[in-house]
Design a protein around this ligand. Structure first.
Ligand code: BJW
Length: 233
């Protein structure tokens, strides 16, 4: 029986790194010589939709073709299945590896790579293939109106009300594999702590905001996640 009643977990790119999906800020942080901040904005999409679509087409192909959940995704899903309290998994990742591992109460705050959004109607539809300016929208049939269902810099993350409510109610907040450089996610630890939650960081190395957490475990997520969550069961 766990001593916690309500747990919020925030994951970032580090949780999917061992599934072969590149993180954003490790290494050179570049995609074909473009800064990530120059590709992941609505302005970049308006200026050069072909470049932005190519970035997401490449990542979508990798996700559909080669990526699989790793032991960190599986450990989180397994913990959620047997936990008697409330468990909320907030991911900044746009891959579907948490759902493929079996996670249930999951929020994709930065959107989903396997969905497309119509700029005309706002409709969100499942999408597993490439898209470009010649792809007709399945809802309105127009060309050039589909964009990846992704939250870019300057756009409002999804489900913020639900997230804030979960952070207010939780007694344990665990951040896994995130560099703590992108807001509002980077501020969740302070919000949870202000509402009285115990805070834990699991990361490969100390993140930018590591001193905001009261407990830390460093190493690959495939090991630290299982080890840490076993101590809670
Ligand atoms: C391992 C590991 C292993 C490796 N095991 N660990 C100035 C000050 C403050 C804020 C702002 C500012 N100027 C602008 C802003 C706001 C802006 C922002 O934060 N900018 C910063 C760059 C400063 N934020 C926004 O615009 C957001 N919207 C917003 O703020 O709306 C207004 C608002 C107001 C009030 C309330 C709410 C909202 C939107 C942000 C959208 C982010 N989008 C992206 C791209 C889209 C998704 C995609 O294409 O995939 O999301 S950016 C990119 O960064 C992506 C990620 O989800 C996000 C976070 O990155 P993450 O996951 O932390 O990855 P990395 O690579 O940084 O770190 C990986 C970590 O894993 C490292 O620490 C490694 O060590 C570790 N690791 N291997 C364990 N095996």
């Amino acid at each position: 029986m766990s001593r916690y009643k309500s747990i919020v977990v925030l994951t970032g790119a580090g949780v999917s790194a061992e599934s072969g999906i590149k993180t954003f800020r490790d290494g050179d942080g570049l995609w074909e010589n473009h800064r990530i901040e120059d590709v992941c904005t609505p302005e970049a999409f308006a200026r050069n939709p072909g470049l932005v679509q190519a970035f997401y087409n490449a990542r979508r192909r990798q996700l559909v073709g080669a990526a699989h959940p790793n032991p960190a995704h599986l450990a989180l899903a397994e913990f959620e299945r047997q936990f008697a309290g409330k468990f909320t998994l907030i991911t900044q990742n746009v891959d579907d590896l948490h759902e493929r591992a079996g996670s249930q109460n999951l929020i994709h705050m930065h959107g989903e790579l396997l969905k497309a959004r119509c700029l005309k109607t706002g409709a969100v539809v499942p999408w597993n293939e490439d898209m470009d300016s010649t792809t007709p929208c399945p809802c309105c049939k127009q060309l050039g109106v589909l964009r990846p269902h992704i939250v870019w810099f300057g756009e409002m993350p999804l489900d913020m009300e639900k997230i804030e409510m979960a952070l207010e109610q939780c007694d344990l907040f665990v951040a896994i594999g995130t560099s703590g450089q992108v807001y509002p996610a980077a501020g969740f630890v302070q919000l949870a702590a202000a509402y009285g939650a115990h805070t834990v960081e699991l990361n490969l190395e100390p993140s930018q905001g590591h001193n905001l957490f009261s407990e830390h475990y460093y190493g690959p997520a495939s090991q630290t996640v299982r080890q840490y969550f076993e101590t809670l069961s």
